[in-house]
Structures are given as structure tokens and as C-alpha cells.
Design a protein around this ligand. Structure first.
Ligand code: XMP
Length: 521
């Protein structure tokens, strides 16, 4: 944390709600800088250091009536800054200020509810109730039964007579529902009103962030050299360009071609980063080494392990040749580092498991530089745009570290990889031509380990079958297949079979996740 905050900050104290991250998302959309911290970590010293302009207390699964119910320190309510309590946050706030919370007596509320206005107009509710009662999303068992001194009611619902309450003089606001979720359609408006009355000016813009990130990178790195593993994906691409803007030739990127990339991918990365951006780039063509190591392997886990192990060896080899390197750059994002609240034993930290260079910093004695660790994925894209990265890099579908190896079930051969590359390129070309690329989370072809009989012209064929996959998803954790039109599917199948020797049958995978996974292995 910086000793002198460069912009106004809002502190979100997390009590373990499933949707706390959404509060941060909504605020960032309002150009307000905020951080989520678990309640266990917030004490007086922390507050003084953080110096928030406003505080939000999140929802959570606990009951304030339990003996060891989580509480923020008293100083949160004595800091003299606006406070908004949401759901559990509302109840804990009310109890600490002298109100009373009760267990529900049959009027628990879960899901959609409608709030009616009550009392005088309130700045927090500007734009609310213009079309009648407002839909909100409730999820509570306990409820406030008596207000703390100074509080008044400004909104009620059938199950929550104190749905919206406030002590406007002290800028304390408390709502029983969740304004951060989409099911509260005017929730973002309410949060916008809150930050406005707290005095936020919306100074969290990508232009400002870019300058600040550059200053911080220079401060952290000094004269030292930085190594960055570049895959051509959004996160590593933005990391590389940002670092290059900050430290120029003190940065060297390492791009490993493991022979499992898509058509034209290696050339594209080299021409973008070396030729266009003038970034020092080691492009290591190690495809022979990877493909030889994979010969005879058909078990998915063995494939992944072989690739992972070799990747680290190869990366270490090239990185070791860069003189004076002290730092390793990683494209870690904010969702990877938010500490989640655990009631069973202190805060726990969730770390991304897919990092291709995991364990390397310790092994090589390198320190980490992670310039994206405060950003959400769509903010990384916005930063990429700000840095002038072309849309083809920013909007790219995710591509897994093991590459085409896990899109080639069974044994991997050079012949199959060649066929797959050609078919995949046609499929993606079709998707782009039909203007569907940005509607789809991820689309790719997989070459199946079976040959089937077909007929072309007057002859019989005996070639590979191909599966096309396209899914929609928000985070890759769950997914549904994309509903292409029949015309699109038949046009694409025809093109692939006509243009790619070695394929005589095309299928479309309509499995959702769960029960399937997005990749085939
Ligand atoms: P699954 O197949 O598990 O994939 O539903 C979910 C998302 O993760 C990607 N994926 C990977 N990404 N290294 C990566 O960097 C991997 O080993 C890996 N395996 C799966 C997958 O492409 C999808 O976006």
C-alpha cells in the first residue's frame, strides 16, 4: 500500500458475501478506486494507513446475533467518512450504533422484492422511485428491528420495514438489499449517489492509471533488468507493453513456441512485439523438443505435466541468459489476489493455478513485478486499448498454456497438428466473418482420434473427424454452448471439408460446463 494515496480510495470491508467482488466492479465502473479487505485485517492502524474517503461494509453469511459475530473496529464509524452498510453490513452497523437486530420471525426474504419510498427525499436515492417501487435483490434472515439513534427510514419492503435507512447528518447509510447485483436494476445508481456524496470525483481512469503504474514500476525496478514471459494472451501482452513503456530496454520478453500454437500465432507475436513495439524479445522455437517429448503420450494429465515441466526448463534456460535480471514480470490480476474471508481460520488467499511459470521466481532468485494486480480483466483490456494494443490482441479468446495438445485427444502427431491448425483457422475466420467473435467466450476446433468413412467425388475417403466447440461464459467456470444457426454450421463444415485435406466429417459439441469442460482434455 502506498503511503501517499495517488487518488481517492474507498475501502470495502468484506464479511464473506458471495457478491462482494461485484461491489468493487460497480465502483470501478464509476471510476472510483476501491479495495476489498477481509474484516479480520482491518484495524485502527490499517484504517489510518488506507485513509479511505468512504467505507462500504459488505454482506456476509454470519448473524450479528451470534456470540463471535464478525465486527469492524469502532474506528470505522468514528473515521468521519461516509459509510454504507449492505445486508450484514447494515445490521452490524445498526447494532454498533445502538439499534437492535432480530432473528427473522417468518419474514426472511430471499430474491426479488420491491421497495417503496418512505420519508423525505434522500441524496442517496436520487433517480429512484421515478417509475414507482424499485426492484431490489434481498437475501437475509435477520432484520433490523429498532433503528439506532439519528437514523430514519427512507424505503420499506413487505419483508423489510427498514429496507433503506440513513443518518444523513453523519452520512451513514444502511440498506437491507444488495445494490451491487444486476437484479437490483438501479443499484449502480445508488452506489453512484453514495460515492458522489462522499466527494469522489471519478479520478480512477485508465489514462491516470497508466501514468501511475509507470511511475510505480520505475520506482520498484530502478536500474535493474526485468524478464517477462510473453504468451500473446491479453494479460501478458498488456504487462509487456506497459513495462516497456516504463523501462524500455531494461525489459526482455521470452516467447516460447512449443509447437502447439495456432496457425500464424508465433509470427504474429514476434511481429507485434519485436517489430511494432521494438521490445527486446527472445522468440524460442522449441517445438521439436516439446513434440519429441510428447511422442507416444495420450494420457491428458501426462501431456500437461510434460509440457509444464519442459516449459519451466526452457523458460529458465533463456531467462538465465539475460544478464543482470532481478525481476520476473507476471500478469496477475486483482481477482487472483483478493483475500477471501474464511470463518474457519483467518483469511485465505486464492492464487491462480494456471501460471505457466509458477515456482520460477524462487528457483531463479527473482523478485516479482505484477503491474496488473489491482485490475479486473475488463480493466486490463481498457489499459491495453489505452496503450494502443490492437483489438485483435485485446479481445482474444483465452488460449490454454498446453495449447493444441489438449485439443488433440489421444496421441499427438505433427500430421494431426497441421490438419487441426488449418481447420481451426477456417473456423475462426468463419466466426469473424459472421461478426460473432466478440459474442463468444472461446471457440476452437479439436481433432478427434478416429477416422471415419466418407465419399468425395467418386472416391471413398477415410479421414479424421473434427469437433467444433464454441461457448459463452463469464469466467470460464461455467459455460454453455453457443447456438450457431444451422446455416453457419453447414457452411463452416463444408468449407473445412473442402479446404482441409485429412478431414471428412465435422461435428458440433453442444455440451455445457458442467458436466463437460470447455477443453476436450
Ligand atoms: P476447462 O477446460 O477446464 O477450461 O473448462 C476453463 C478455461 O481454462 C483454460 N485452460 C487453461 N488455461 N492453462 C491455461 O493457461 C491450462 O492448463 C488450461 N486448461 C484449461 C481453458 O482454455 C478455458 O478457458
Amino acid at each position: 500500500m502506498n503511503s501517499t494515496p495517488p487518488h481517492d480510495r474507498l475501502l470495502i470491508i468484506d464479511f464473506g458475501s458471495q457478491v462482494t467482488q461485484l461491489i468493487a466492479r460497480r465502483l470501478r465502473e464509476l471510476n472510483v478506486y476501491c479495495e476489498i479487505h477481509p474484516f479480520q485485517k482491518v484495524d485502527d492502524a490499517f484504517l489510518a494507513r488506507f485513509a479511505p474517503r468512504a467505507i462500504i461494509l459488505s454482506g456476509g453469511p454470519a448473524s450479528v446475533l451470534d456470540e463471535d459475530a464478525p465486527r469492524p473496529p469502532e474506528s470505522v464509524l468514528a473515521a468521519g467518512v461516509p459509510v454504507l452498510g449492505i445486508c450484514y453490513g447494515q445490521q452490524v452497523m445498526m447494532q454498533m450504533l445502538g439499534g437492535r437486530v432480530e432473528r427473522h420471525g417468518g419474514n426472511a426474504e430471499f430474491g426479488r422484492a420491491f421497495v417503496e419510498p418512505a420519508g423525505a427525499p434522500l441524496d442517496l436515492l436520487k433517480g429512484w422511485f421515478e417509475d414507482g417501487p424499485e426492484q431490489v435483490w434481498m437475501s437475509h434472515g435477520d432484520h433490523v428491528a429498532a433503528l439506532a439513534p439519528g437514523f430514519e427510514v427512507f424505503g420499506t419492503s413487505p419483508g423489510a420495514p427498514f429496507a433503506i435507512t440513513a443518518d444523513p447528518a453523519r452520512h451513514f447509510y444502511a440498506v437491507q438489499f444488495h445494490p451491487e447485483v444486476h437484479h437490483t436494476p438501479r443499484g449502480a445508481r445508488l452506489l453512484g449517489n453514495f460515492v458522489k456524496l462522499a466527494g469522489f470525483t471519478g479520478d480512477w481512469t485508465m489514462g491516470a492509471y497508466r501514468q501511475e503504474a509507470i511511475r510505480r514500476i520505475r520506482e520498484q525496478v530502478g536500474e535493474a533488468h526485468v524478464i517477462c514471459g510473453l504468451s500473446g494472451g491479453v494479460d501478458s501482452s498488456v504487462t509487456a507493453v506497459l513495462l516497456h513503456e516504463a523501462i524500455g530496454d531494461q525489459l526482455t520478453c521470452v516467447f516460447v513456441d512449443h509447437g502447439l500454437l495456432r496457425q500464424g500465432e508465433a509470427e504474429e507475436v514476434v511481429s507485434m512485439f519485436r517489430d511494432h513495439y521494438n521490445i527486446r524479445l527472445i522468440a524460442a522455437d522449441e517445438s521439436e523438443r516439446f513434440l519429441t517429448a510428447l511422442e507416444g503420450t495420450s494420457d491428458p494429465e501426462t501431456k500437461r505435466k510434460t509440457i509444464g515441466r519442459l516449459f519451466i526448463d526452457v523458460f529458465q534456460h533463456y531467462a538465465g541468459r539475460i544478464e543482470g535480471a532481478e525481476f520476473l514480470a507476471q500478469g496477475t490480476l486483482y481477482p487472483d489476489v483478493i483475500e477471501s474471508v474464511s470463518f474457519s481460520g483467518g483469511p485465505s488467499v486464492t492464487i491462480k493455478s494456471h501460471h505457466n511459470v509458477g515456482g520460477l521466481p524462487e528457483k531463479m532468485g527473482l523478485k516479482l513485478v505484477e503491474p496488473l494486480r489491482e485490475l479486473f480483466k475488463d480493466e486490463v483490456r481498457a489499459l491495453g486499448r489505452e496503450l494502443g494494443l490492437p483489438a485483435s490482441f485485446i479481445g482474444r479468446h483465452p488460449f490454454p498454456g498446453p495449447g493444441l495438445a489438449i485439443r488433440c485427444p489421444g496421441e499427438i502427431t505433427r500430421e494431426k497438428l497441421d490438419i487441426l491448425r488449418k481447420a481451426d483457422a477456417i473456423y475462426i475466420d468463419q466466426i469473424r466473418k459472421h461478426g460473432l467473435y466478440d459474442e463468444i467466450w472461446q471457440a476452437f476446433a479439436a481433432i478427434l482420434p478416429v477416422r471415419t468413412v466418407g465419399v468425395m467425388g467418386d472416391g471413398r475417403t477415410y479421414d479424421y473427424a473434427l469437433a467444433l466447440r464454441a461457448v459463452t461464459s463469464v469466467d470460464g467456470m461455467t459455460a454453455d454452448y453457443y447456438p450457431f444457426s444451422h446455416e453457419f454450421l453447414s457452411e463452416t463444415a463444408t468449407r473445412i471439408i473442402n479446404e482441409v485435406a485429412g478431414i471428412n466429417r465435422v461435428t458440433y459439441d453442444i455440451t455445457s460446463k458442467p458436466p463437460g469442460t470447455i477443453e476436450w482434455e
